[in-house]
Design a protein around this ligand. Structure first.
Ligand code: CP3
Length: 340
């Protein structure tokens, strides 16, 4: 699997490439299967259809890795929180966590067992996926999950979670500890079901000032990485803390690949982290609206990374109105341009 070789820093015939959110709404084939399932959450729980949409970008675009189709929020949902997705609004928890009693009502053991549809999907995907392609499992980072669990929905300023951070840090740490405990089991079970690598998404790392990031986000990610590395040393771990370019030199931990978001100059990431970690990323996702912009984006990243210790990706998820033809063009162009 060239993707796994690249994660481990080995030389590959070209730079492997995939896209965050590659199984999603820009693909008419995805919309058809989601329609058959009923809605997004039903699709996440439908093992055969989740498998089908996971494989779509591999078949349609020729990406080098598949990422499990699911969502980071199924973990708190199965621990006991009521989750729904409203069109135009995104995810909503109707019973956000406000107190220790709310947190005590969540059940880690039951949650990770209820997620059996995820482990079954991983198993089915691995059995159907071309053996040369890797399957990436994933979870949300504790801090990013906690923001949704505390706010009850997406937020612009994270006011509710940050109010807790400053006024009741003990409760926030208790929430983060409980999520981390669940994620250790959840990721282990994905790996045991057949995931070849795992990615931890800390999409809302950017909400935190430096001292808060290194108290409430990063230590929990590190704890999860160390736990998984010790148990599964051969499984590459990718971390994606978004929006923390100012703290790159302070980043360390037991992981293999650092996901660079689009706002971080790739040169800077290479200078600060390139010798310690393989880098993944980081083309600006809206470049996919225009083929010339794609060419310029690829050329720039390739001129910095060459085909060495790098995995091509976008610097965040693909947007729902990107033309499929342009997504295909991006994947093919990377595979051609980076051939050595
Ligand atoms: O990357 C993939 O193709 C795998 C599947 C995947 C989804 N969500 C499917 C999805 C992954 C890895 C995620 C991760 C996820 N989910 C993150 C972290 C990554 C990131 O983008 O920052 C976050 C923050 C979430 C929470 C979430 N899920 C939000 C905020 C939304 C709504 C926003 C939106 O894009 O509409 C979702 C819904 C969601 N998750 C969709 C998909 C394909 C769209 C649902 C639909 O089909 O209508």
């Amino acid at each position: 699997m060239i993707f796994i070789d690249a994660c481990l820093g080995k030389k590959t015939p070209y730079t492997p490439v995939w896209m965050m959110r590659q199984a999603g709404r820009y693909l008419p084939e995805y919309m058809r299967v989601r329609g058959e399932a009923g809605d997004f959450l039903s699709l996440c729980k439908d093992v055969e259809r989740a498998c089908e949409v996971t494989l779509q970008p591999v078949d349609i675009l020729g990406v080098d890795a598949a990422i499990l189709f699911s969502d980071i929020l199924v973990v708190p949902m199965e621990m006991g929180m009521d989750l729904r997705f409203e069109a135009g609004e995104g995810p909503i928890f109707d019973n956000p966590i406000k107190s220790q009693a709310d947190l005590d009502a969540l059940n880690v053991e039951k949650g990770v067992d209820n997620l059996s549809y995820v482990y079954e999907a991983v198993k089915m995907i691995r059995s159907k996926l071309d053996p040369s392609k890797a399957l990436i499992g994933f979870c949300g980072a504790p801090w990013t999950l906690a923001t949704y669990m505390i706010e009850g929905k997406g937020t612009k300023n994270y006011a509710v979670s940050k109010k807790m951070l400053y006024s009741n840090p003990q409760l926030l740490h208790a929430i983060l500890r409980k999520i981390t405990k669940a994620l250790k089991v959840y990721m282990s079970r994905q790996i045991e079901a057949g995931a070849n690598a795992v990615q931890i998404f800390d999409s809302w790392a950017q909400a935190l000032e430096e001292s808060a990031f290194f108290e409430f986000s990063w230590p929990y990610i590190k704890e999860l990485c160390s736990y998984l590395k010790e148990k599964y040393p051969h499984i590459p771990i990718i971390v994606f803390p978004k929006g923390i370019s100012a703290y790159l030199e302070k980043i360390d931990g037991d992981f293999d690949v650092f996901g660079v978001d689009w706002s971080t100059p790739i040169e800077l990431a290479k200078e600060k982290l390139g010798s310690k970690y393989v880098l993944q990323g980081n083309m600006e996702p809206t470049r996919l609206y225009d083929k010339d912009a794609i060419d310029v984006g690829i050329d720039h990243i390739y001129s910095v990374m060459k085909n060495s210790r790098h995995i091509f990706n976008l610097g965040h998820g693909i947007l729902p109105d990107i033309p499929v033809e342009n997504a295909k063009y991006f994947i093919k162009s990377v595979q051609k341009r980076t051939k050595s």
